[in-house]
Design a protein around this ligand. Structure first.
Ligand SMILES: C[S@@+](CC[C@H](N)C(=O)[O-])C[C@H]1O[C@@H](n2cnc3c(N)ncnc32)[C@H](O)[C@@H]1O
Ligand code: SF4
Length: 361
């Protein structure tokens, strides 16, 4: 991952010229000039937990997806087939737990085979040994355990419905197998910086005791009008950027797709109020370069993002960052994985292999 990904970059010449100073600093990231660097997939809506901070616990969005609780194989493969040649990241998440998808392992292995990078976000509860091996052998790039705690008591509150001992077993086993087979998968943990949680202690525990490759300290988000989350739950409301003069970075690097194949403009729109296009009806590339995205980018680059009603209502824009972002996490995790392999005397010549995906599920 190059350094440029962690820095604001120059305005893309493909966008209409504007006179505001923002255009000289921000714009499509070079890696996203042709195709989004990241496609965030709402792969699943059902969940086996009831985290009190979760936007889906605090809204009726899950219920509204009863017609498409899981992304179909057809939609997923269309996305993977187009994203693969670009080496784009499929970020596998959603309104529920991705590993509950009946074809999770099979589809993620398929996406790796066609060239995608995969970032799986998981509550970590549903990994069997066999599934872990399959994902690690396929070289799934990032496995993010959402942990939020470093003791069973806090975990029972912030990750209601899940078992601390299962999380520990599954995370430890994932790291142990990864190191044993020399997989290139990076394994990280995340924690929401919320009231009632000592986030520094959580980070220390997961780095030092469990041995994850990196730790993602998440800002506590509310998704505004989409949910009933109380913003006072945040333990660190300090913004990363000033929305008065800084465009939202997301529309210059990534897009979001729900289980029906609808492309939303960004991750704030969890209720799918926007439709930039539908997978299967247009190419993702056409959607990325279409009028809808150009309008959002143009408005943000000319400091008029707040004139778009959805952006005006987005309390999370100030918590996006051009510098402190996923690309930085990936880079840090890769360095740590390499350091671990060196320490263990492991060769870094791992070749991902086809897996028996039927058994892997
Ligand atoms: C909605 S979950 C879906 C994936 C999976 N079920 C999990 O828990 O990792 C995706 C990510 O959103 C995070 N998240 C949930 N509520 C949040 C909040 N209020 N603020 C910031 N992140 C939140 C979770 O911790 C998780 O890392
Ligand atoms: S496990 Fe993930 S999707 Fe499920 S309730 Fe918790 S944060 Fe939400």
């Amino acid at each position: 991952m190059s350094d440029v990904l962690t820095k604001p970059i120059r305005f893309s010449p493909s966008l209409p010229s504007r006179s505001a100073p923002t255009e000289a600093v921000y714009g499509l990231r070079p890696e996203a000039a042709e195709f989004p660097m990241m496609l965030v997939l709402s792969f699943v809506y059902p969940c086996n937990a009831e985290c009190p901070n979760c936007p889906y616990t605090n809204s009726n969005i899950r219920d509204s997806y009863k017609d498409a609780p899981f992304m179909s194989e057809d939609i997923f493969k269309k996305i993977a087939d187009e994203a693969g040649p670009h080496g784009a990241y499929l970020r596998i998440s959603g309104g529920g737990e991705p590993m509950l998808h009946p074809k999770a392992v099979e589809l993620l292995c398929y996406a790796k085979k066609v060239g995608c990078k995969i970032g799986l976000i998981t509550n970590g509860s549903a990994f069997t040994e066999r599934k872990s091996i399959a994902l690690l052998r396929a070289g799934v790039d990032m496995i993010e355990f959402s942990v939020d705690a470093c003791d069973p008591e806090t975990y029972a509150i912030v990750r209601k419905g899940l078992k601390w001992k299962h999380l520990l077993r599954n995370a430890r086993r994932m790291i142990e197998i990864r190191n044993r087979i020399g997989s290139t998968s990076k394994i990280v943990a995340s924690g929401i910086n919320q009231q009632g949680v000592d986030i520094d202690a959580v980070e220390k525990f997961w780095r030092d005791e469990i041995g994850v490759d990196n730790f993602i300290k998440r800002k506590f988000l509310t998704w505004g009008l989409n949910t009933s989350i109380d913003p006072s739950g945040s333990a660190d409301p300090a913004p990363y950027l000033d929305i008065e003069d800084t465009p939202c970075p997301f529309i210059f690097e990534r897009l979001n797709i729900d289980s029906r194949g609808n492309v939303m403009v960004c991750g704030y729109d969890i209720a799918a109020n926007t439709s930039m296009g539908m997978v299967g009806q247009q190419s993702i590339s056409d959607i990325w370069h279409g009028e809808g995205f150009s309008h959002y980018r143009d408005m943000h680059l000319s400091n008029r993002g707040s004139e778009i009603s959805m952006c005006a209502s987005c309390p999370d824009w100030k918590y996006r960052s051009w510098n402190h972002n996923y690309w930085k996490v990936v880079k840090g995790a890769e360095l740590q994985r390499e350091a671990t392999f060196q320490r263990l005397g492991l060769d870094d010549d791992f070749q991902s292999v086809a897996v028996d995906t039927a058994e892997g599920n």
